[in-house]
Design a protein around this ligand. Structure first.
Ligand code: SF4
Length: 220
């Protein structure tokens, strides 16, 4: 594992490579981001962004969504996949916001993760991007990138979140997630494009690839 200082330097380097890293979901407030993030499960941000304008027009807040008829809601979100489960989560989430929080999205991890369809990753996305509370969402990209570089060492998202949060100041948590997500989508894909990577000198995976190549060459 890298030191906290090295981890910070790596995130700063990645943020220079991806200077506009941010969630790619379109939203205007915490409620919209919460809805969009729930819809993004097993889907893509692009697909979600196609359905949310009509969805937010029909259901502009938790009070409206809490009263939604599933038969009316489901066609609007059908293309994001798993639409029955998602419509159940969305209506349940909105009803609980109305019942427990007067329709507002709470700026609190425990309260957020009590909402239907909201796990730690979704809560961190909303906290960090729309509520001004530091959060470090760990998705499959963050898992892959952080483990390859060697700034985390687990396939458990909660453990990786703990490791990264422990190494970084709070004001870098959301940035650390955003830059690794973008890096994982554009450069450090399942088949990585290491020649385009700004942190390859610090990357354990890149080093192990080159060590393996050197051994093969020496044996020839
Ligand atoms: S050097 Fe390669 S494996 Fe390492 S972070 Fe960059 S793209 Fe990923």
């Amino acid at each position: 594992m890298k030191t906290a200082q090295t981890t910070r330097r790596i995130i700063e380097t990645l943020s220079r490579q991806h200077p506009h890293a941010d969630t790619e979901l379109h939203y205007r407030n915490a409620f919209e981001l919460l809805v969009a993030t729930i819809l993004s499960a097993q889907s893509t941000d692009e697909r979600v962004n196609l359905v949310t304008p009509a969805l937010f027009k029909r259901y502009p807040d938790a009070h409206a969504l809490a009263r939604a008829a599933r038969a009316e809601l489901e066609p609007l979100i059908l293309s994001t996949g798993f639409f029955r489960q998602k419509s159940k989560s969305l209506v349940g989430m909105a009803q609980q916001l109305v019942a427990d929080h007067r329709g507002a999205v709470p700026a609190d991890m425990d309260a957020l993760t009590k909402l239907p369809g909201v796990g730690r990753k979704t809560a961190n996305v909303v906290l960090g991007h729309a509520l001004g509370v530091p959060g470090l969402p760990v998705d499959r990209h963050v898992l892959r990138v952080s483990n390859r570089i060697g700034i985390a060492s687990s396939d458990d998202p909660v453990k990786v979140e703990d490791e990264l949060c422990a190494a970084l100041p709070k004001d870098m948590w959301t940035l650390a997630s955003d830059v690794q997500i973008l890096h994982g989508r554009r450069v450090c894909r399942p088949k990585p494009e290491c020649d385009r990577c700004s942190v390859r000198k610090d990357c354990d995976y890149y080093k192990s690839l080159n060590d393996t190549r050197a051994v093969r060459k020496a044996r020839r």
